[in-house]
Design a protein around this ligand. Structure first.
Ligand SMILES: [Zn+2]
Length: 484
């Protein structure tokens, strides 16, 4: 082995801001230092670096399999939407107008009709469905697209809120409202199972208020994650569009009774925001902590080499091969010129769930050293038990991250019986309030006016008192929080 380059070996990873001190700065530090994303020359847009993109690809794979299992097919619709299409559904255009970017010129020529860069694709897909759907025999139509969308945001942060982002949007059309509603709830469950099971983020889920629903929908259902600073993050939504878009785009079909009827449509989406949620919820002062089920690298093998001994390198290669054969996403870091301690910090920053260290002593003792990223616990296991131990640890780490995040959700959710209690939950406890609401828009507006908070979703809890705001009869239990 070459003599280590002193500049490299001595280069420490710069310290990041402690999470407890300033979560906002901590977040940015981690995103940049873990090489998840970088700023781009265009304000509000980010570059997703290979490591961040590998995480997105794993998210895509898991969701895509599930979408297809449930009968959906992928397709691709254009980026540009004629203005006249976007304006067909009145609520829809009103809701999205402040965020739409427009193409006005093609080369030097001004276009006759402006083209919107899609903020979402209901309009263009609705138009196509009206061409494709003729008879009840054509239903249901179950299509998903993986795409980018653009919404002109004023305040942006990598992953959490960016002007351009990646997502999937499902768009379905059905013969009956009941069938469409089943689809809406089914996809909400797909999101919930994925985020809790694979991303290890516990959620609250439920219906949005009419004020907070998707523009143009009858009802929106959401999955909401709670960040350690007490702010909620909308992590996926599923919309019952009723017949609103079918009427606006004339999606009708001839039913078996000989009547022409409008279809019932749905849409549902999850975006790269979810990566921001995973960073926020699981990360610590050393950087990211990624759940094994989605981690681009589940384990990293680091040989500790002294005096040019090749035995350790050979062994490290063997361990890597064995883990690959056991379906572990493993990476061997045998780069020369970097001290093991420096590498440890780097992979801790990147949140790799498990580190496998192998040195001369371990060779002699027929053992390997494993270090968990979630607990930093170090253990020595017999060489022959490597595969089985790693498989077990992957499950344990996944579960431990979920349990820790569940504690945040539990400890940051407070019941509030009065408006004073609500304000205290938001302003002093920095949490999410679980309270009874009368259903009026006046009371809903006060959450925003005096707490900067919104109803995240309804919940099934018992209506055990009057409206926490006005004292009139309660009709809904709701989660109220500030949100990213
Ligand atoms: Zn009220």
């Amino acid at each position: 082995m070459n003599k280590p380059d002193s500049q490299n070996t001595n280069k420490k990873l710069d310290a990041i801001t402690p999470k407890s001190e300033d979560i906002s700065r901590w977040y940015t530090d981690v995103v940049l230092k873990a090489k998840m994303a970088d700023y781009s020359p265009v304000k509000g847009c980010m570059v997703i670096r290979p490591y961040g993109y590998a995480l997105w690809e794993n998210i895509q794979k898991l969701l895509d399999v599930e979408f297809k299992r449930l009968g959906h097919q992928n397709a691709y619709f254009p980026l540009l939407i004629p203005e006249s299409f976007l304006t067909k559904e009145a609520e829809h255009v009103e809701g999205f107008a402040p965020e739409v970017a427009w193409v006005t010129h093609g080369g030097h020529e001004e276009l006759e009709e402006r083209l919107a860069i899609r903020p979402t694709s209901e309009a263009i897909i609705g138009h196509m469905y009206s061409k494709w759907i003729e008879s009840y025999r054509d239903l249901p139509v179950l299509i998903n697209q993986w795409a980018n969308v653009l919404r002109w945001e004023k305040v942006t942060r990598p992953f959490l809120r960016t002007t351009e982002f990646l997502w999937q949007e499902g768009h379905t059309a059905h013969r009956t409202h009941e069938e469409a509603q089943q689809e809406v709830m089914q996809m909400l469950k797909v999101y919930k199972d994925f985020v809790e099971g694979d991303l290890a983020i516990p959620l609250v889920t439920g219906e949005k208020s009419q004020k907070e629903k998707f523009a143009g929908a009858l009802n929106t259902y959401t999955i909401e994650a709670l960040m350690p600073d007490g702010q909620a993050l909308q992590s996926g939504t599923s919309h019952d569009l009723g017949q609103n878009f079918a009427k606006a785009f004339n999606i009708n079909f001839l039913d078996s009774d000989g009547q022409r009827k409008f279809a019932w449509t749905t849409s549902w989406g999850m975006s790269t925001r979810i990566i921001g949620a995973a960073i926020m919820v699981h990360g610590d002062d050393r950087g990211l902590r990624l759940p094994p089920r989605v981690a681009p690298m589940q384990a990293v093998v680091i040989p500790i080499v002294y005096k040019d001994s090749q035995d350790v390198i050979v062994k490290a290669k063997e361990l890597t091969k064995r883990l690959l054969a056991a379906d572990v996403r493993v990476h061997l870091d045998d780069r020369e010129g970097f001290k093991p301690g420096w590498k440890y910090s780097e992979y801790e920053m990147m949140g790799v769930p498990l580190r496998v260290e192998i040195g001369q002593k371990d060779l002699e003792k027929n053992q390997v050293c494993l270090v968990r990223r979630d607990t930093l616990e170090k253990m020595f296991v017999p060489d022959v038990e490597l595969e089985e131990t790693v498989a077990r640890l992957m499950k344990e780490i996944q579960q431990n991250l979920f349990n820790q995040a569940s504690e945040i959700l539990k400890n940051k959710t407070f019941k509030a019986a009065s408006f004073e209690e609500f304000v205290s939950v938001i302003r002093e406890k920095h949490g999410m309030a679980d309270l009874v609401w009368c259903g009026s828009t006046e009371c809903e507006a006060r959450f925003k006016a005096e707490g900067g908070a919104t109803i995240r979703c309804f919940n099934d809890g018992e209506i055990d008192g009057p409206c926490a705001v006005c004292g009139k009869e309660g009709t809904k239990r709701v989660f109220v929080a500030r949100a990213y």
